[in-house]
Design a protein around this ligand. Structure first.
Ligand code: SF4
Ligand code: SF4
Length: 123
């Protein structure tokens, strides 16, 4: 699973110097069981199952502040997104098809969320 996450994300967790700036800047910090720097460390150490089972991945708002603040260009958000993708791909019945979109639309939903959903829910 580690190799799959690295392939999906394009991230090299070995670049992390464990400074914690990503976690310190994350607006979802308090909600997350595992924080951005822990995603980096746990993927590196192949502790993927706890990340897949944790709700932490769903609290990420894709604000990219962690990427912006990282002095080493690690991009923790891409790892979190890759964990989400891995989980979605493991649950075959969970894909969003274009014909299903109209029934799920919320008028307050930003278009960016729709694009992100298509990216995540389709291969
Ligand atoms: S992209 Fe996600 S993990 Fe990174 S700072 Fe924003 S909410 Fe936190
Ligand atoms: S900010 Fe970057 S280098 Fe620092 S802990 Fe987070 S991922 Fe690692």
């Amino acid at each position: 699973m580690r190799e799959e996450i690295l392939r999906i994300s394009g991230v090299n967790p070995l670049k992390c110097m464990k400074c914690g700036k990503c976690t310190a800047s994350c607006p979802a910090f308090e909600k997350m069981e595992y924080h951005p720097h822990q995603f980096v460390e746990m993927v590196q150490n192949n502790h993927i199952t706890p990340l897949l089972e944790s709700e932490s991945q769903y609290y990420c708002m894709s604000c990219l502040v962690c990427e912006e603040r990282c002095p080493r260009g690690v991009k923790p958000q891409k790892l979190i997104e890759a964990v989400q993708v891995l989980k979605l791909r493991a649950s075959e019945g969970n894909r969003l098809k274009p014909q299903d979109v109209a029934n799920r639309l919320d008028p307050s939903l930003p278009q960016q969320a729709l694009m992100a959903a298509f990216r995540k829910y389709s291969r």
